[in-house]
Design a protein around this ligand. Structure first.
Ligand SMILES: NC(=O)c1ccc[n+]([C@@H]2O[C@H](COP(=O)([O-])OP(=O)(O)OC[C@H]3O[C@@H](n4cnc5c(N)ncnc54)[C@H](OP(=O)(O)O)[C@@H]3O)[C@@H](O)[C@H]2O)c1
Length: 350
């Protein structure tokens, strides 16, 4: 059994980690933190987890976490980086769900996240946590930066094409919708039902923090003669908030002269050994409902009217494959467990 701590156990991704890890046969959650609910019994606050844990929330300190083998950070940006050095020095592995260690260039991170990085020297040692892309590096890493929710859906949607160099780099448009749990659990006016219900809203159109992350990821997928830098990728990324609780729907447009049957075969081959990525039959559109509560990504491929525009539809549950499920998948890879351990859940329907 490995001893796990969760920093930020009262946010949506922290609660989702608790839900998934409750049934994980190789994990014992020994510490769960919340400053607001410190001292309270987990059972009393989250009845859905009743009797699965016998833990109280504690304040996040090194002392409370020092007996853990692995610490998940399910915290806002800027928190993991303040504790990472000390934990790593004590050989405690970190799986960070925030963005603190996702971007490789410190200046780019500081520009998009609007703060100084607390431990820029650690960035080079962190591994970007998208298992389908970086499985080998994840196996031996001590500091893993889980991919963001939007970036997971978009990158899985484009990965086979990027690897094969079958894409016109200046023509990528990612029009992506997220459920409101993507914004976390803190209550703000723009997130209340009467603001979000019956309405769809784009945001971050001029630039969203996940843009440099997606470009960095796409660039690192292209290798050999297809090698490109992040700057060479002309991606327009427009996120939207829609009135549903869970789910991300990425509609990605790009140009390619390759024919649809060949592209579909390429995707099927690329993902044939991936437990959590499903390439749908030609002509089938995915639906966020079909992955809700599960760690799956479903991908549909279209070339409307047989023209050169390829439409890639990629759906995930933002709290599972986009956050906590992916983090557990990473823990499994990193500890040599079966990659699906604790994640063999079927999507909820309806
Ligand atoms: N929601 C998603 O779909 C999603 C998907 C992928 C990645 N992420 C990322 O995952 C992280 C967590 O997201 P979330 O949606 O779960 O957030 P959230 O619902 O806002 O929860 C944040 C958690 O962090 C704790 N926290 C806040 N400030 C803290 C501090 N200064 N020190 C220690 N703990 C602190 C909070 O508890 P206390 O304030 O009581 O300590 C709470 O438990 C974020 O970085 C987010 O960008 C979220």
């Amino acid at each position: 059994m490995i001893k796990v701590g969760i920093v930020g156990g009262t946010g949506y991704t922290g609660i989702e980690l608790l839900r998934i890890l409750a049934l994980h046969p190789e994990v014992a959650v020994t510490v769960v933190t919340s400053r607001v609910d410190a001292g309270k019994n987990l059972n009393d606050i989250y009845p859905n987890l009743r009797d699965l844990y016998h833990l109280k929330f504690t304040v996040p300190t090194f002392d409370s976490l020092k007996k853990c083998d692995v610490v998940f950070f399910a915290t806002p940006n800027g928190i993991a980086m303040t504790m990472a050095e000390q934990l790593l020095q004590h050989h405690i592995k970190i799986i960070d769900l925030s963005a603190d260690f996702r971007l490789k260039e410190v200046a780019v991170w500081e520009k998009w996240y609007g703060m100084d990085h607390a431990c820029p020297d650690l960035i080079k040692d962190s591994v970007y946590g998208l298992p389908e892309m970086n499985r080998e590096q994840i196996k031996t890493a001590s500091l893993i930066a889980c991919a963001g929710c939007y970036p997971t859906a978009v990158q899985l949607g484009l990965m086979p094409l990027m690897e094969a160099g079958l894409i016109e780099l200046n023509t990528i448009i990612a029009d992506v919708k997220s459920g409101v749990s993507g914004g976390g659990r803190r209550g703000t006016v723009p997130m209340i039902m009467s603001e979000i219900g019956e309405s769809v809203k784009a945001y971050g159109v001029e630039g969203h923090r996940h843009l440099p992350e997606i470009k960095q990821g796409l660039a690192s997928m292209a290798s050999g003669k297809n090698k490109v830098s992040a700057d060479e990728i002309g991606l327009t990324f427009t996120p939207h908030l829609i009135p549903m609780i869970r789910g991300i729907y990425a509609t990605v447009y790009t140009k390619t002269t390759a024919n649809l049957v060949d592209i579909h075969a390429l995707y099927r081959t690329r993902y044939q050994h991936e437990a959590f990525v499903k390439v749908l039959n030609l002509g089938v559109e995915p639906n966020t409902r079909n992955v809700r509560g599960s760690n799956f990504c479903q991908i549909g491929l279209f070339k409307p009217q047989g023209k050169d525009t390829l439409v890639i539809l990629s759906v995930i549950d933002n709290l599972v494959k986009g956050a906590a499920g992916q983090a557990v998948q990473i823990l499994n890879i990193n500890h040599g467990f079966s990659e699906s351990l604790g994640l063999e859940t079927v999507a909820l329907y309806p």
